[in-house]
Ligand binder design. Structure first.
Ligand SMILES: [Zn+2]
Length: 451
């Protein structure tokens, strides 16, 4: 042990097995060098967060920083991540104008990360709908953590549907890389047909977003992706399931020998169709919010460890794309990075559940699925000193404080009562958020490869 550590941090340490009161974490350089309980060892600096919770910096396994303005979106999104206690963002490949479909585009995106990100970033790769399979190997070799494909076409270039023969070929190739493939799971024909019918009848109220994307649209897609996974040996991961049944289906396929997993998003653990009606376009996301009973069923799946991890699916559409009274004219996606840790902690606390579930499903499990563990996602000796400091405090989430571009300062959780706030965030031993200001300069964040 060195004579003095660079920094010792005091607080209650939250890990996947529980909460350790009056703990300390000692940091040397960018890494956790030691930790314990009681009297801390000597250090050049002491950051006293006594009474606060020290969690592993969250690893958000699903977001879309570049779906509206391309790679330029990385800067603001990672700034709001820092303010939300998220120290590793795993960004989706569906960027405008160029989704991440080959090593050259990936290199360009990595350069943007290294130049503009405020937190560390891992990246998904994807394929072009035609002729894209051969680029899978080079994307894996360049460090993507996972692949993302879709059964549903949101946009023909940025977010295309991959047809079944191409999906079979892609899954076979992805299986060779040892990466998981996450799938946006909604049935194109069912959604298109119901949407066309609703629009023709002039039914464009917010609730019609949920009615035109019924549970069957999701579970049909779940079955086909897991079946192709079973046939090809690929690890197939539902990019989100809003339904408890999705996790039952995944479990069934695991019992048959498949590698079948899925995540849910934090909004599916608290939002309902009533919230879609209340919020209108601000509450539109794919898949849609479900019933209150479904929310309860999802919590049961989480407590039964059937859900791989919980993500934000942060998809930053400017507010003017979210306020059309015609729900079909609004963009799909929520702003979620900055509210992630306070909301997840609050939901656990309201249910009388341990905050260790936040360390498990908001950090460790997502880091593991993306091949970033134990460097990320845990407060272990040798890990990157990425730490989210949560203070217990009653407050209401205020969208005006979102640390992103002005047009993105809106939230479906505006005014929602929270029981925790992010008092500080540390990235590799450096304080990057002090509770009010993002202290990290653009370029502080780094690209992190799957290991
Ligand atoms: Zn998404």
């Amino acid at each position: 042990m060195p004579l003095n550590f660079d920094l010792v941090m005091l607080g209650d340490i939250v890990n996947t097995s529980g909460v350790q009161r009056d703990g300390w974490i000692a940091i040397t350089g960018e890494h956790i060098a030691a930790q314990g309980q009681g009297a801390p060892p000597p250090a050049n600096a002491v950051h006293d967060h006594s009474g606060c919770l020290l969690l592993p910096g969250l690893v958000d396994g699903h977001m879309h920083t570049g779906s509206v303005i391309g790679f330029a979106g990385i800067e603001g999104a990672t700034s709001s991540a820092a303010a939300g206690g998220v120290t590793t963002c795993v960004d989706m490949p569906y960027d405008v104008p160029k989704p991440v479909t080959d090593a050259e585009i990936l290199a360009d995106k990595i350069a943007w990360v290294e130049r503009t990100a405020h937190v560390d970033v891992a990246l998904y790769g994807t394929i072009r709908p035609k002729g894209g399979v051969p680029a899978i190997a080079e994307l894996a070799a360049s460090g993507v953590s996972a692949f993302k494909l879709s059964t549903y076409q949101y946009d023909p270039v940025r977010f295309p549907r991959i047809d079944h023969p191409t999906m079979v070929a892609a899954f076979t190739e992805i299986a060779r890389t040892g990466r998981p493939v996450a799938i946006h799971n909604e049935d194109q024909e069912l959604v298109e047909s119901l949407t066309t019918e609703a629009r023709a009848a002039g039914h464009t109220a917010p609730i019609m977003h949920a009615r035109t994307r019924p549970p069957l649209a999701e579970t049909l897609a779940d079955l086909e992706i897991f079946e192709i996974g079973l046939a090809t040996g690929a690890h197939v991961h539902m990019a989100h399931s809003s339904l408890a049944r999705g996790f039952d289906i995944a479990k069934t396929f695991r019992a048959m020998g498949g590698q079948a997993t899925g995540e849910t998003c934090i909004h599916y653990l608290c939002m309902t169709e009533a919230d879609l009606e209340r919020l209108g376009g601000r509450g539109k996301c794919n898949p849609p919010f479900r019933t209150a009973a479904e929310v309860e069923a999802l919590w049961a799946q989480l407590e039964a460890d059937e859900i791989a991890y919980v993500s934000t699916d942060h998809a930053p559409h400017p507010l003017d794309r979210k306020i059309n009274p015609d729900i079909f004219a609004c963009g799909a996606g929520l702003i979620g990075l900055q509210s992630f840790a306070p909301l997840f902690a609050t939901l656990l606390d309201e249910r009388g559940l341990s905050l260790s579930l936040l360390a498990t499903y908001g950090a460790e499990h997502s880091a593991k699925l993306h091949g970033l563990f134990p460097r990320k996602g845990t407060l272990a000796v040798g890990s990157d000193a990425d730490i989210a400091v949560l203070a217990r405090q009653d407050w209401a989430f205020d969208e005006t404080l979102i640390q992103d571009r002005p047009e993105l300062r809106w939230s479906a959780y505006h005014g929602r009562k929270m029981r925790f706030r992010v008092a500080s965030t540390y990235l590799r031993g450096r304080k990057i958020w002090d509770g009010q200001t993002v202290l990290a300069a653009p370029g502080t964040g780094r690209f992190v490869k799957r290991s």
